[in-house]
Design a protein around this ligand. Structure first.
Ligand code: C5P
Length: 223
């Protein structure tokens, strides 16, 4: 069977990564969470007080950042920043509040896109993010564009945060999602937009199992 690239883009908290992870597991593909990469950069920038308007500081910081992924004993992929497991840290609200601003920076995007292309060059990869089907892999064999009602997205995200023992007010989650959507769709550098050949999936009223089944069906038809 032919190995393909599956690009899953869309708005924040639509179920992209949950779907991507499960699809990758079923197909035996590698899963790459590109949002985690931007989150890891944000963690480094915050911890090292990197100015988002100083190109020299940004370049120096990027040269010191090494992001990798490792699969743990429970078969869950976790994000590492300079050899340290940052999976828990990067999901916190303090990162969610800054990540979209950091992601507007051209140099940051160039560094991440280069690494993402390397990670996907052998194909057999499911990559989720905002610009995978438009910029990172414009020739991906399957492109999905996910969207959902904002309240449904916020409730799902709040539940995920609760599972990580973080209690966040629903209004705060809604504000964060809307603010990130706004920055992500209006930025100058590779804004979030649907690729012409992407298939739209509205996840408001469908279950994760249904999302996964549909992506698998489409992937098999292209493999
Ligand atoms: O996917 P996740 O919500 O974790 O992504 C966090 C943020 O990273 C997004 O809101 C967006 O600003 C940025 N991002 C991006 N390009 C990607 C993936 C994520 O700009 N490919």
């Amino acid at each position: 069977m032919k190995k393909i690239v599956i690009a899953i883009d869309g708005y924040s908290a639509c179920g992209k990564s949950t779907t991507a992870k499960l699809v990758a597991g079923i197909l035996g593909y590698r899963y790459i969470d590109t949002g985690a990469m931007y989150r890891a950069v944000t963690l480094f920038f915050l911890d090292h007080h990197v100015s988002l308007t100083n190109p020299k500081e940004i370049a120096r910081a990027l040269a010191q950042i090494n992001i990798s992924f490792k699969v743990n004993s429970k078969n869950v992929t976790e994000t590492y920043l300079n050899g340290l497991n940052v999976e828990g840290e990067i999901r916190k609200m303090r990162i969610s509040e800054h990540v979209s601003n950091v992601s507007t920076i051209k140099e940051v995007r160039a560094a991440m896109v280069e690494q993402q292309r390397r990670l996907g060059k052998e194909k057999a990869v499911v990559m989720d993010g905002r610009d995978i089907g438009t910029v990172v892999f414009p020739h991906a064999e399957l492109k999905m564009f996910m969207t959902a009602d904002v309240l449904v997205r916020a409730i799902r995200r709040q539940r995920e945060l609760m599972e990580r023992k973080q209690l966040v007010d629903l209004d705060e989650v809604i504000d964060n999602i809307l603010q990130r959507d706004k920055i992500d769709t209006t930025r100058a550098e590779s804004p979030l937009q649907q690729a012409d050949d992407a298939l739209v999936m509205d996840t408001t009223h469908i279950t994760i199992d249904e999302q996964v089944d549909e992506v698998i069906r489409l992937a098999l038809a292209r493999s």
